[in-house]
Design a protein around this ligand. Sequence first.
Ligand SMILES: Nc1ncnc2c1ncn2[C@@H]1O[C@H](COP(=O)(O)OP(=O)(O)O)[C@@H](O)[C@H]1O
Ligand SMILES: [Mg+2]
Length: 393
Amino acid sequence: MRYRKDNIWYNLAYVTVSPLVNWTVAQRIKRSIKHAIVVENVLNLTEFSEVPKIKIERKNKFEYILKIQNISNKHDVIKMSHLALSGSLRGRLERFELSQGHDVNGGNFIEFQVNDVLKNWQFRPSKISDFKNDFGIIKIDNRLSVDITKSSHFVISGSTGTGKSTLFLSLLAQMLYFRNGKSKPDLFIVDFKNGELARLAKQSNLPKNHFSDGVNGSELLNIFENIDDLMNERQRKQLNKRSFTVTSEHDGFSPVYVVLEEFGSGIALQDKKTQEAIKKYIAKIAMQGRSSLVCLVILSQQASVQGTGLTSAVIDQMSNKFLMGQTTPTQRTYLMSGFDLPDKAWAKGSGKGYYYSDDLLVPYEFTGAFPADEMADDWLFKVLKSEINAIYR
Ligand SMILES: Nc1ncnc2c1ncn2[C@@H]1O[C@H](COP(=O)(O)OP(=O)(O)O)[C@@H](O)[C@H]1O
Ligand SMILES: [Mg+2]
């Protein structure tokens, strides 16, 4: 790393720390980050006027938030500077490391979590508002989150009992909380297993034409036609916009979620013509959904072409990939190719799995969210019912 001799910058750089409690840790983070940016110059700045504003906030003893002002031309550099910045804590604050950055405050700042690595990062919601995040941000656990306005599609795979549904429901509870101004999210469910998602659809106010168990071909087609209309309408609005760099979060859209449970085995029961039509719709959502914020969520025991019923071109568009529990080498190569691990290294037990996305260098081992309630499954179900009812009154 390049050293700057003019340490005058160090004294001039502007860093705020709030609140002013736990003085020592926050101040040590401040000094390290400032040193990395101003002295080690990890962002490769060329003049002092480029030095971004830096804010450090304390969430609790184990978690701090670092915000770095977004400066022109440096957005991606800042976002990916978490490794270099984590390095700057080494030797000073061994136990802390930074998550990858994401945009906050309308893109004016890039936020990083500064986390104690010795802590267990499982997300344990205990009240419905625990699911409320900034628009588009979904927590994988208390350390890692994804921004669905940038990477919108999900595939969750793993055999029965590994925690797929629980993981998905805890993601959905966060997804349904998003509001873009006055607009609310929309949810479509196709549950070929006729399992808990069907129950959720039936026992909530989810409109009838937003759910199908996939038995009736024309009902199924109808759902996809409706989603397609919705997507076309959004695209039309965007194409008419003057601004070249339109992103859906600025268009007042809230996300539309299209959830497919065991699509692969279910779709095989339909006639060829229906199958082809539906697969075409899904491919279109996978390819074009991100810009109009139509998010595809695929739940499947098998992560293969055969298992999901979808082509690898579609699966390639699934930017967020989850493998729950122990999986076969074939499944792993399919979703996380190039990162195979010996059998024993793969997660075992309910809720344990790996998350992978294009933003990550290697798959991320995590424990799925689990409600801090004795009746965890029932509680989560109740939460989701009331969230759906708040959308469709
Ligand atoms: N993160 C977790 N922590 C602890 N227990 C979990 C977790 N995820 C799931 N479980 C338990 O495992 C059981 C099976 O989970 P489920 O989500 O239904 O699996 P799948 O959908 O893969 O069959 C659930 O009843 C739940 O109580
Ligand atoms: Mg399940």
